[in-house]
Ligand binder design. Sequence first.
Ligand code: ADP
Ligand code: NG1
Ligand code: MG
Length: 459
Amino acid sequence: MAAHPTKTKIKISANERLKNLKESFEKKYGESPLFYARAPGRVNLIGEHIDYCGYAVLPMAIEQSILAAVTVNDTKEIHLANANPIYKDVTVSTEDIDINRDDPQWHFYFLCGVKGIQEHLGDATLTGMKCVVDGSIPASSGLSSSSALVCCAALLTMEANQKSLNKVALAEISARCERYIGTEGGGMDQSISFLAEEGTAKLIEFHPLRASDVRLPNGAVFVISNCCVEMNKAATSHFNIRVVECRIATKMLAKARGLEWGRLLKLSQVQMELGASLEEMLRLVAEVLHPEPYSREEVCKALGITMEQLSTDLLSPNTQHVTQFKLYQRARHVYGEAARVLRFKSVCDEAPGAATAVQRLGDLMKQSHASCRDLYECSCPELDQLVEICLEAGAVGSRLTGAGWGGCVVSMVPTDKVEFFLKSVRELYYAPDPHRAALEKHSLFVSKPGGGAAIYLEE
Ligand code: ADP
Ligand code: NG1
Ligand code: MG
């Protein structure tokens, strides 16, 4: 059976961040925290926008995280505060948790996690809590600050109510309940936040959810750089439009091959039902779908459904306005990217020490970025510029990471070139622009695989 998140006794005074959080908590509530919970963000090394299509992805946890200090009481209220004053305090009743997806404020992400646990416990009455949250993950930048917040809230709600669950169950609950905010994500972020282990990236596979170690090549490190354009996924429809396009492509491909298309939702299910390889799926996409965007009328005609069925069964609440769907491009990206993840994993397994391994992994990262940019259209000019600069500065591979349309790039850089790389990216991307220059300190850093979500008690 999968392990539970670790619970460790820790000397708070020896850790600057915990010490500051404890002090803020005491100042705010006039009592000391009972325990702390921490959930990390992540960087996805390869496998973008394919988790919600059922395909494996390859992330690692980063050092940056959401940390929360907590006490419990016998009221039925949650008092929530944030170390960053841009996030306002709120008080909500545990008996009336309402998440407004039309206005995705920060506390709704927290409440997603609380609600997920409440439902898991059979709509239980939850204990009252006081919490202060402190985040170090740049928000809306593709490093999964949203999911770290949801996972942290789910974990601390379990602990506050003296219950515990294994990491896989917590990841599945957190992936499901983050959808209350409106984004129809696939589960990569919550899975790595719980299943991460220090020193190793993970191949995360779904149905059933499982994680296996991926040993990264010797002689190179991963560097994260933020293009300094924020993209809030729940406040915009970019993300869900891609989810919907993949869902419609699934139906069109399945119907064209005589499958029971009505019950199929993910592109991976079409592959499974046909027993085909990913290369065969790419050929099928070229045979069945056309590169011109599909209109609503064409989708309805091909599937034999009404406009109303399209709206209610296939579109999400925030994609009702969409009139054109690029099915061919999205499906090609997904099957191609799924194949690249498997190749990346094989190179790491077969020859992590080989000189050619780094080059082969770098090529896969470059192909991944091109596919995100050209077929999935989830890049932006700043991300493309930053990727180019990273490659010029000595990266062997570089690509956008996370959902995109802004946020971060991950680059693989030979260890002996890191200093030159950082200096060049600083000079070419950050220094010339005052906005970027001001954000540089938290925007450009080397990242090593970190550990998963955990509970801390004061020693
Ligand atoms: P990401 O790529 O970081 O997951 P999202 O757009 O999915 O970006 O989520 C960003 C949202 O998560 C923010 O708008 C905010 O509501 C919430 N969030 C992120 N970091 C924090 C934090 N430190 N404290 C409170 N809320 C946060
Ligand atoms: P970010 O950018 O961290 O919000 C989103 C999804 C992932 C995955 C990636 C793209 C959520 C919570 N996260 O991540 O599931 O689809 O985009 O690979 O929806
Ligand atoms: Mg997110």
